[in-house]
Ligand binder design. Structure first.
Ligand SMILES: Nc1nc2c(ncn2[C@@H]2O[C@H](COP(=O)(O)OP(=O)(O)OP(=O)(O)O)[C@@H](O)[C@H]2O)c(=O)[nH]1
Ligand SMILES: [Mg+2]
Ligand SMILES: [Zn+2]
Length: 332
């Protein structure tokens, strides 16, 4: 008889699994056919395990189909690399101080959420050291100074929820947005979330905070502020009461070079609604193009228009980047 279990850590051929029957954590080896190429087991996989009394060990005999995959296409190697499976939420963690908030990075993380089929949640962390820099909406279209209210408004059209926290202080009270760490914990109930973001934004520290300190810091390793020291390595599921978190290694730059240019607009649902109404399907949405659905936005001085234009600017920058890698390298 087999038992359903979840892979919570992988170490070459040995997988640490949690049995769904009584939540015990066991080590299991996988049969060879489960270790091939991009179908190889990853954390988050649901598997069937069997105890082998002769060998006195657990064996993973099969893997359930994945609901979704956290993947990246390695363009040079032309292969898909899957790092985790069966997640519900992507927690895009950003920092209000060091490393400084980068809108371009956040927009890239949101592309991943769309591509991986996950709901996006934005966490504004290090709010204990936030210094407000109010600037006009027009100034903000170009990458302005970090203004949390502006950045939060920018997310409204994408249906991404956002939270204002300090990973150093569970009792930090949100001063600008309504939701803080308590609301975040409520949202996480019953879900598996993957934390992504630049190195040093506080992903590991946030996991520790969400666990009420139960997850010890040495096991997550804390990176030196802003140094991009890539302290966390793939990949482990941390089980915290009624939710599960997956830490991920921070990256200095979050590349999306594997995205096919024609697909990019779909990952900007707020812009997609406009772009689908442009007269020409190959419209570049530059200012003053006749028939471009964005045209009225360039004239409008409203905050809504400025917010969309700042997203459009981000889209164009990323488009330039993804267009510089030939499409034929993106097949898998
Ligand atoms: N002031 C302040 N410092 C924080 C906060 N959260 C984290 N830090 C500090 O920022 C540094 C980086 O935190 P980590 O949790 O290691 O960051 P990370 O995102 O996991 O980094 P990588 O593993 O390299 O990707 C540590 O020195 C933390 O103590 C916060 O809310 N406020
Ligand atoms: Mg970390
Ligand atoms: Zn257009």
């Amino acid at each position: 008889m087999t038992i359903r279990a979840r892979v919570i850590r992988s170490d070459k051929r040995v997988f640490v699994c949690r049995l769904e029957t009584d939540k015990t954590v066991v080590s299991a080896t996988a049969l060879g056919n489960l270790l091939k190429g991009d179908t190889s087991l990853v954390v988050g996989d649901y598997v069937e395990v069997e105890f082998d009394p002769a060998m006195n060990e657990y064996k993973i005999v099969s893997c359930h189909p994945r609901r979704n995959e956290i993947f990246r296409l390695q363009v040079r190697e032309q292969r898909k690399r899957v790092t985790a499976a069966n997640c519900d939420l992507l927690l895009a963690v950003t920092s209000a101080s060091l490393p400084p908030y980068k809108r371009g990075v956040l927009d890239r993380l949101l592309i991943r959420a769309a591509q991986w089929n996950l709901d996006a949640v934005v966490v504004f962390n290090k709010m204990d050291s936030y210094i407000p820099h109010p600037v006009t909406d027009e100034e903000q279209v170009e990458e302005g100074k970090f203004d949390i209210n502006y950045e939060a408004d920018r997310l409204i059209n994408i249906n991404a929820k956002f939270f204002e926290v300090s990973a150093l202080d569970f009792n930090y009270k949100p001063r600008f947005l309504f939701s803080g760490v308590k609301e975040l914990k409520q949202l996480l109930r019953g879900k598996t979330a993957i934390l992504v973001g630049q190195s040093g934004v506080g992903k590991s520290r946030l996991i520790s905070l969400l666990s009420d300190g139960a997850v010890d810091l040495p096991s997550l390793k804390i990176s030196k502020v802003g140094k991009g020291s890539h302290t966390t390595t793939w990949s482990e599921i941390v089980s915290i009461g009624d939710f599960e978190l997956i830490d991920s290694p921070g990256m200095r730059s979050i590349s999306v070079e594997d995205v096919i240019p024609e697909d990019l607009i779909q990952y900007f649902p707020d812009l997609f609604a406009y772009a689908s109404r442009c007269k020409f399907s190959n419209c570049t949405h530059e200012e003053k193009i006749p028939g471009c659905a964005f045209l009225p936005l360039f004239q409008a001085k409203t905050r809504e228009a400025q917010l969309l234009l700042s997203r459009l600017l981000s889209y164009k920058r990323i488009m330039a980047e993804v267009s510089s890698t030939p499409d034929w390298k993106k097949k898998w």
